[in-house]
Design a binder for this molecule. Structure first.
Ligand code: UFG
Length: 319
């Protein structure tokens, strides 16, 4: 079975390619390398000792996609390609709507043309409204609060409409919580361009001395130590969730599933674990709250267990 992985050279993409190759899927990647390097795919091949067919292009390029479907018999598409920086999406929303929404429309049109109707979408916990209960299940109300989040939400609605129009589509929507960590080989991991927005890559750049100090955004939240609490999930667990989604969601439908652990850790829990496991000191200072952040957010992961037989097995120290 042949899987097209869009954005396959990125952080979650590369880890998913490893797990797919380990399960003997053939993997074809399209990535424009805007926030990734080809070297990451070479390393996936090194880890798995299996080849990847790579196309450097964007999912906005309809003829490039058609060319891929002509050259390969694609059975299923796992769609990661997209932009994901919340702040950038606020200052440049059209870039986000074009890349994420138009890119997905272009991809789905080509899939339809080639009668490939198995689709796994990389969604996010950001599609839940901030007013939700602390333990979020898939039926909670939706409503993103920034352009990046809205692109994910609009794509979810689009996928539901697509299925309503043609019930032969088999669509999995996976809502990730906070993926962190790296492959145990040490060969692949998260390495964003520029100054990181997210906690873990920022901590790593402080650890390596590339940045002087971590800003902790608020210590006056209603949480055990006052810093924000999130559901961090190891990227290898997350990647395995995608393989299971391909296998278990084998019937047409729109299958929506959280991928999280159901356990929350604070910013300072993460900093302390990082220091303990790696034997390094992380300089940090308490800053103001970051606009748009909430105190606590973690997944009810019970549907993933029931429908996919999936549970996260890697804890905070491995992350
Ligand atoms: N944080 C800091 N300092 C930093 C970066 C983050 O203190 O330099 C804190 C945040 O305030 C928050 C926690 O660390 O409490 C996690 O922040 P991240 O930016 O790592 O992650 P978010 O929870 O804000 O967002 C992540 C993804 C989004 C996704 C969202 C879904 O980055 O893409 O989860 O909930 F939409």
């Amino acid at each position: 079975m042949s899987i097209l992985v869009t954005g396959g050279a990125g952080y979650i993409g590369t880890h998913t390619c490893v797990e797919l190759l380990k399960e003997n899927y053939e993997v074809v990647v399209i990535d424009n390398l805007s926030n990734a390097k080809k070297e990451a795919l070479n390393r996936v091949e090194k880890i798995t000792k299996k080849p990847i067919k790579f196309y450097q292009d964007t999912v906005l390029n309809e003829s490039a996609l058609e060319h891929i479907f002509q050259e390969n018999r694609i059975d299923c598409v796992v769609h990661f390609a997209g932009l994901k920086a919340v702040g950038e999406s606020v200052s440049n929303p059209l870039l986000y709507y074009e890349n994420n929404v138009k890119g997905t429309i272009t991809l789905l049109k080509v899939m339809k043309k080639f009668n490939c109707k198995n689709f796994v979408f990389s969604s996010s916990a950001t599609v839940y409204t901030a007013e939700n209960p602390i333990l979020i299940n898939e039926d909670e109300p939706l409503g993103a609060n920034n352009p990046y989040g809205r692109t994910k939400l609009f794509i979810e609605y689009m996928l539901k409409d697509l299925y309503a129009s043609d019930s032969s589509w088999n669509i999995a929507i996976l809502r990730y919580f906070n993926p962190i960590g790296a492959h145990p080989s040490g060969l692949i991991g998260e390495n964003p361009n520029g100054i990181p927005n997210n906690l873990m890559p920022y901590i790593m750049k402080v650890a390596t001395g590339e940045l002087p100090c971590l800003g902790v955004f608020g210590d006056d939240y209603d949480t055990p130590d006052g810093t924000g609490v999130r559901d961090y999930i190891h990227v290898v667990d997350l990647a395995k969730g995608h393989v299971l989604a391909i296998e278990k969601y084998s019937e047409p439908g729109v299958h929506i599933c959280n991928l999280g652990t159901g356990v929350g850790y604070s910013v300072l829990d993460i900093v302390k674990a990082f220091e303990r496991v790696n034997g390094v000191k992380i300089n940090y200072e308490i800053k103001d709250r970051r606009p748009g952040d909430i105190a606590t957010c973690y997944a009810d992961p019970s549907r993933a267990k029931k429908e996919l037989g999936w549970v996260a097995t890697r804890g905070i120290d491995e992350m």
